[in-house]
Design a protein around this ligand. Structure first.
Ligand code: PEP
Ligand code: MN
Length: 257
């Protein structure tokens, strides 16, 4: 189980003129859980650009716990996300669930996200080794630090070392919050892998009032960025509205931190 590639040498990931990792300033990724319409993602992109976000997020292939929940807009959503990113001048990140969509997602997205549920999907990780785009690898909700490290090593050994790690909370015994944010994993993974490590306080807590305090904590322990869910009207969101901030709340978060 020894690491051979990600041995701790500091790695800077470049996305356009954004630099992630090392001593560069934290990078801000924000956007809705899911792309819901052309208008929703365009409005979000323009507002977030104005507030000062670096990268726009939006899921189009959604890994929903229930098969009856909104599954995302798929390819159509990719078009909307791309157009919104280009109009606002923001690079985009979206989740890839299925190897069959790898080519199209790699064509559209500036960063490819591997979600918590797929961190253990070794065939997907191997396939991503051949992609020439940075990968955001979220921690599996039941993954140990070592398993997460080796998941990153899978991508690296298959040819792609442009990896950003994302701590998004793990499952503990307490279900008051959606997950338990493991902040110690941030400096551990930075030291062990040399890769940038960002934090997603939205999925880590599942509660919008906890997003700002956990963002502050994440930056205090040295996280290289934050990924936060923002929606024009969270109470009407098709997914994860309870943990999403509206534009004003996100603007306030940025002031607070
Ligand atoms: C997401 O970021 O859209 C997401 C589904 O998060 P996670 O994979 O961490 O549950
Ligand atoms: Mn979500």
């Amino acid at each position: 189980t020894d690491k051979k590639i990600l041995t701790g040498k500091k790695k800077i990931i470049e996305v356009g003129n954004i630099k992630l990792g090392g001593h560069y300033s934290p990078v801000y990724i924000a956007g809705p859980c899911a792309v819901e319409s052309k208008q929703q993602i365009m409005e979000t992109a323009l507002s977030l650009k104005e507030i000062g976000v670096d990268i726009l997020r939006g899921g189009v292939f959604k890994p929903r716990t229930s098969p009856y929940a909104f599954q995302g807009l798929g390819r159509e959503g990719l078009e909307y996300l791309k157009e919104a990113g280009e109009t606002a001048g923001l690079p985009i990140i979206t989740e890839l669930m299925d190897e069959g969509h790898m080519e199209i997602v790699a064509e559209y997205a500036d960063i490819i996200q591997v979600g918590s549920r797929n961190m253990f999907n070794y065939s997907l990780l191997k396939a991503l080794g051949s992609v020439k785009k940075p990968i955001l690898l979220k921690r599996g909700m039941c993954a140990t630090i070592n398993e997460w490290m080796l998941a990153a090593e899978y991508i690296a050994v298959h040819g792609n070392q442009d990896i950003i790690l994302c701590e998004r909370g793990i499952r503990g015994f307490d279900n008051y919050t959606r997950n338990t944010l493991d902040l110690a994993a941030v400096p551990i993974m930075q030291k062990e892998t040399g890769l940038p490590v960002i934090v997603d306080p939205s999925h880590a807590t599942g509660i919008k009032d906890l997003v700002t305090p956990m963002s502050r904590a994440a930056l205090a322990c040295g996280a290289n960025g934050l990924m936060i869910e923002v929606h024009p009207n969270p109470s009407c969101a098709l997914s994860d509205g309870q943990q999403s901030l509206n534009f004003q709340e996100y603007r306030q978060l940025r002031q607070d931190i």
